[in-house]
Design a binder for this molecule. Structure first.
Ligand SMILES: [Zn+2]
Ligand SMILES: [Zn+2]
Length: 239
């Protein structure tokens, strides 16, 4: 098990760890820290949810008031507890899932950091219709000339201060993350960190970032994006 797999499992079930995850935690201090923070967060969440409703003076006064206002007060209190738990949950998930890649000084490092914010994205297997993909691109001002297939995750995400389209592509069993930054050309770069390899290339008027556990499918996927965005399938792979 590598760090990314560990973080995925931790985010999915913070209190139940597989043998492989326990083994990884035993020799990876970064992941052991993340596990520890996750346990503290779980404890805090439990204690927030366990706050008893006080039956004191305020309640005795309320008994004299109408049933309606009492019901209102109770539901407002529940709403507040849910809200607080939700905020803590959000903060905790970011803390658990965040891998430190140093500063987000480049599109590459910002994309790497973004990966861990949506660990669930990689687990989806249901295909998104090509028309839905084309529509989201069109809303970003990019009109696809060929359909993009095999996409299982599709959302707009802010990455590197840009409005990007965050996708996951299934190639065989492997999930490949693709982030397209419209109207922002960052040129070519290849990068690798913590068991993730990546590249980015100018495509159309923007930049395509690809990230996965290995880069075997990158050429093919880059060519399909080039065909879809530039309409130059015959030249795919020559850049
Ligand atoms: Zn680790
Ligand atoms: Zn995203």
């Amino acid at each position: 098990m590598n760090c990314l797999e560990f973080r995925r499992e931790l985010a999915a079930s913070p209190q139940v760890m597989s043998a492989a995850a326990r083994e990884h935690r035993g020799h990876c201090s970064t992941c052991a820290d993340a596990w520890h923070r996750a346990q503290l967060f779980e404890q805090r969440l439990q204690s927030v949810l366990a706050v008893p409703v006080p039956m004191g003076l305020a309640d005795r006064i309320l008994l004299r008031q109408t049933t309606d206002s009492r019901v209102h007060r109770q539901s407002a209190r529940q709403t507040w507890i849910r809200l607080a738990a939700g905020l803590m949950m959000t903060a905790g998930m970011v803390g658990v899932g965040y891998l430190t890649f140093g500063t987000s000084a480049s599109l590459a490092s910002a994309s790497m950091a973004h990966l861990s914010h949506e660990p669930f994205a990689l687990n989806r297997t249901e295909l998104i219709p090509a028309a839905t993909v084309s529509q989201l691109f069109a809303e970003s001002g990019v009109y696809l000339k060929a359909p993009l297939q095999s996409i299982t995750y599709l959302t707009r995400c802010p990455v590197y201060g840009q409005k990007t389209i965050h996708m996951v592509i299934r190639d065989g069993g492997q999930p490949i993350t693709a982030i397209y930054v419209p109207n922002n050309q960052q040129g070519s770069a290849d990068f690798a960190e913590r068991q993730i390899v990546g590249r980015h290339r100018n495509i159309g008027h923007g930049t395509l970032v690809l990230m996965a556990e290995h880069g075997d499918a990158f050429d093919r996927i880059e060519a399909s994006f080039r065909a879809a965005i530039e309409g130059s399938s015959s030249l795919a792979g020559m850049y």
